[in-house]
Design a protein around this ligand. Structure first.
Ligand code: TGC
Length: 429
């Protein structure tokens, strides 16, 4: 029988070990009871204050509603300007109304948002790390001035169209084309799939084959206002994951754009253009998923402390403690990995290799999903409801583990780094 009192907004027992409130005592670890290794001491007072501010936002705007949004498969469009006011949209970018925060601060914000829900963190990543980063890194002055300030406030939403129905792990095989018409206009034709927020977006960064160079170097990016004739986005339904987020299929039917719609920078010639943006999004995931893992851990720690079976709190059983210990150790190592990559990114950005990013994305995703699944199991039957976060996190993490590079893509990226031998084999024909 559950002896704990009940939370007013859900049927879940009230927290017996609440994580600190935004204005709480940060002399104890700001990461709560999971901090076994002095993680708290790795962050400055300013960094922790930022994390706690984002946590306060999550506590106020996301936690009370996320079960309903998830159940009803709703992305709360109205939260976008609130996220803009919080300063997390394109927060790691400088100028054009962006907050100019460090990589570590961006990571801390990502893990607080994902402690709320991966779908909401994904919105912030797609907007800031993919769409805004693409324009910021590769765009013209006009493109930056037109879009970035409005995207930083949430007045405009962006999406990033790379993946296609038949080109997921292998974007070099994309079939979307951009041909230049007499007079210089570009005409885009093709289909993109699994594109976050495309039905809500005001602008899409679309990657397409121009045929101008061989070996995938013909891939270029285009800034496409979504009200351009021929642009059509449709939400993908019946998802069992990321239900408080929107993933879409985009159809480009002879979408005609002016010559200056292309992302002009040399850095955007070929696949390295989109891959540089994927690095930013993958970096955010390294931190984000630790938030989902930490939230799952907190939920199950509270639950096992409060629920008595066979006359003992579940947390008093050795088998429970072994699981809690393994989860906490894995979360600590995940934060250490994220912190190491984040500090490196702030100190010497050029030394953050694709293999380093792959190491973090690969391991923190598989660790986080393992923790969320284990936490669900420890919650027993109660764990299959939306009153508790772990199964929602586990389901979301199925998507997070897959997008921005599957485990296999990251293993082979690391393998290529270690051996110098590329094991991605493309069979022509
Ligand atoms: P490869 O020959 O390795 O590289 C082509 C060019 O790109 C450069 N490059 C990178 N540059 C920066 N960062 C990286 N991480 C890079 N990886 C490669 C490379 O140096 C080369 O440059 P250059 O100058 O020689 O042209 O290309 P490959 O075709 O052999 O691919 C290798 C592989 C498998 C690693 C790559 O294709 C890959 O990462 N695949 C996974 C793609 C992926 O993550 N897709 C998910 C996209 S996310 C999305 O569209 C929807 S989710 C977001 C949402 O919600 O909207």
């Amino acid at each position: 029988m559950n002896t704990a009192t009940t939370n007013a907004t859900t049927n879940a027992p009230a927290a017996t070990h609440p994580i600190p409130a935004p204005s709480g005592d940060i002399s104890a670890s700001f990461l709560g009871p999971v901090d076994l290794t002095g993680l708290d001491g790795m962050f400055s007072a300013e960094e922790k204050a930022l994390a706690l501010r984002v946590r306060g936002f999550v506590d106020e705007h996301i936690r009370p509603n996320i079960g309903r949004w998830y159940d009803q498969a709703v992305f709360p469009r109205e939260i976008v300007p609130e996220l803009g006011r919080l300063g997390v949209l394109g927060m790691h970018l400088h100028g054009y109304g962006c907050a100019g925060r460090t990589a570590v601060e961006y990571g801390l914000a990502a893990q607080e948002l994902e402690a709320g829900d991966s779908g909401l963190r994904t919105f912030v990543s797609v907007q800031g790390s993919l769409a805004m980063s693409a324009i910021h890194k590769h765009g013209s002055e006009e493109q930056k001035s037109q879009w970035l300030p409005r995207m930083a406030t949430g007045e405009a939403i962006g999406c990033f169209g790379l993946t296609e129905p038949n080109a997921g792990s292998d974007p070099a095989s994309m079939t979307t084309t951009a041909r230049q018409a007499p007079g210089g206009d570009w005409v885009l034709t093709g289909t993109k799939r699994w594109i976050g927020l495309a039905t809500l977006a005001d602008v899409a960064v679309i990657w397409a084959q121009t045929g101008a160079h061989g070996d995938g170097r013909g891939v270029r990016g285009f800034v496409v206002p979504t009200d351009t004739p021929g642009f059509h986005a449709e939400a993908i339904g019946q998802k069992l994951s990321m239900r408080a987020s929107v993933q879409c299929q985009i159809t480009l039917d002879e979408v005609r754009l002016p010559a200056e719609a292309i992302l002009p920078a040399d850095s955007a010639i070929g696949l390295k253009g989109p891959f540089q943006c994927l690095n930013e999004a993958r970096y955010g995931i390294i931190w984000g998923v630790m938030g989902a893992a930490r939230d799952s851990f907190n939920a199950v720690l509270d639950y096992t402390m409060g629920r008595t079976q066979f006359g003992t709190p579940l947390a008093g059983f050795q088998l429970t403690q072994a699981k809690l210990a393994d989860m906490a150790v894995a979360i600590n190592t995940g934060y250490l990995l994220a912190h190491q990559i984040g500090r490196t990114k702030d100190a010497t950005p050029a030394s953050v290799s694709p293999a380093m990013i792959s190491t973090g994305k690969l391991d923190n995703c598989r660790v986080a999903i393992g923790i969320a699944r284990e936490a669900r199991e420890m919650l027993g039957g109660n764990g299959i409801t939306l009153d508790y976060s772990p199964l929602r996190h586990a389901n979301n993490l199925e998507s997070v583990r897959t997008y921005e590079g599957t485990d296999e893509v990251h293993q082979l990226t690391i393998g290529r780094h270690l051996t110098g031998l590329g094991a991605f084999t493309r069979t022509e024909g």
